[in-house]
Ligand binder design. Sequence first.
Ligand SMILES: [Zn+2]
Length: 193
Amino acid sequence: MITNTTKRFWVVLLTSVGFLLRNPAFRKWFWIPFAIVGIGFLLPQNMVIPVQGATTKSWDDHSFWAYPWGTSITHKGIDIFADKGTPVVAATKGIVVYIHEGGKGGKSVMVLGPKWRFHYYAHLDEIDTFPLAPVGSGSVIGTVGDTGNAKGKPPHLHYAITTPFPYINLKDNKAVHGWKKMFYLDPDTWLRP
Ligand SMILES: [Zn+2]
């Protein structure tokens, strides 16, 4: 289904609007969460390749939505190959929403960036950030590794972008999981000059 991040985002947004509407003293402020959402969409993205020294040749531009792709069925991001220990940097400015260890992603970091896009950095060898840390575009957040289901494969950064606001125009009826393309954006769109 849609990602947990998308679900949590909508729970937080609707809970805060609900809280404001239920309290007569706050009711007049119900529009504030919507204004915050609007401002988020106006922030410029200024994206950089999230692995230090990597170029557009460091990933295969056909790997996004590659099928079949193990237990994920389709590959919902790109794999940027680099030596283990190479710094992983934030692709955009934003706020670290969580760090996680375990599961398919191994050591991973989620950053909320401009336009309410969530940037997922997985298979890290080391995590060099913490929840709620503000990051700039290019800030080091960890190093490239092979944790999670990348074990035994060449070290790489799995980089994915999700959005809780579906982009209806990206729905792809021909692809496997094609409707999910409304919620997972292809990083290549912004990383290739
Ligand atoms: Zn991957």
